[in-house]
Design a protein around this ligand. Sequence first.
Ligand code: NAD
Ligand code: UDP
Length: 311
Amino acid sequence: MKRILVTGGAGFLGSHLCERLLNEGNEVVCVDNYFTGNKQHIIHLMQNPNFELIRHDVIQPIYLEVDEIYNLACPASPIHYQYNPIKTVKTSVMGAINMLGLAKRINAKILQASTSEVYGDPNLHPQPEEYWGNVNPIGLRSCYDEGKRCAETLFFDYHRQNKVRIKVIRIFNTYGPNMHPQDGRVVSNFIMQALHNENITIYGSGEQTRSFCYCDDLIEAMIRMMNTDDSVTGPINIGNPNEFTIRQLAEMVIELTGSKSQIVYLPAVADDPTQRQPTINKAKEILHWEPTVQLRDGLRKTIDYFKKLNL
Ligand code: NAD
Ligand code: UDP
């Protein structure tokens, strides 16, 4: 049995990860400050004696004894990470320093939930890991993009300087049950709007693209990455390479919900990437992983989840 720390464990991805690690017989310590996370996502794990929940902000150091650390603490939705951008930078950068310091002290393996946002608004398509990105350092998204880029820098410096065993994955848009209904990300927004027969809000032309990965596929890749041997550091892209325009996503959600919603076009948001699609050759070769859930099937499961919330 391993003892595993999950920061951001009460969030969307963190809650799935905690459950999966517990089901595999591990002891799990979940750390969260509940900024965008929710105790409801993990309440069913509380009876499990192998589960421990700590309210803690990762910008402060924490002293624990664990074998592995999954560092997920950071708001992921643009409206939430832009709400207090200075705090977002602190969470990414000081959070990384604190978790890497902990990993160094106790010789734990540590995985960073990095992001496709490190590529910014990419002028290379699709995006391989070797691409350095096209990021605005002073825009509204920069707190998140540059915070995550700096966190990656810290991971590789702790690895080179202190021999910390690191694993960096770059996650592309992931969706599924346990997303917060008011999270503000496109999948949850469109489903909520469709279920209430409200207007579906497309920001910009709707021709911008994203590649959507279902949460179960993502968690599988994350665990495979942690279990690679010490020579594997990443970064490795994790995502579903099937690319859709935001307009196609809106039409699919309307069709699957049978909604009477109309599509409306609102002004584009600042620095919105126009295209995004991962190259996943490394994930295939090194992790023997590729996504198994297609968008239509994943959306059906996510729609069922939002219906059951009885909002
Ligand atoms: P989320 O917002 O649902 O979860 C983030 C969790 O971190 C929440 O529980 C929140 O309360 C917690 N948190 C935030 N700041 C904290 C702090 N200072 N101290 C302690 N806890 C804090 O988002 P998610 O989609 O589950 O994303 C999880 C991680 O994966 C994030 O690091 C995100 O950047 C990364 N990621 C997610 C996606 C995606 O599409 N879901 C894509 C790329 C990267
Ligand atoms: N988007 C949209 N309507 C919404 C929410 C988002 O058109 O109600 C667009 C957004 O402008 C972006 C894409 O959907 O082009 C994905 O946005 P999201 O916030 O989910 O994630 P991002 O990939 O931009 O971080």
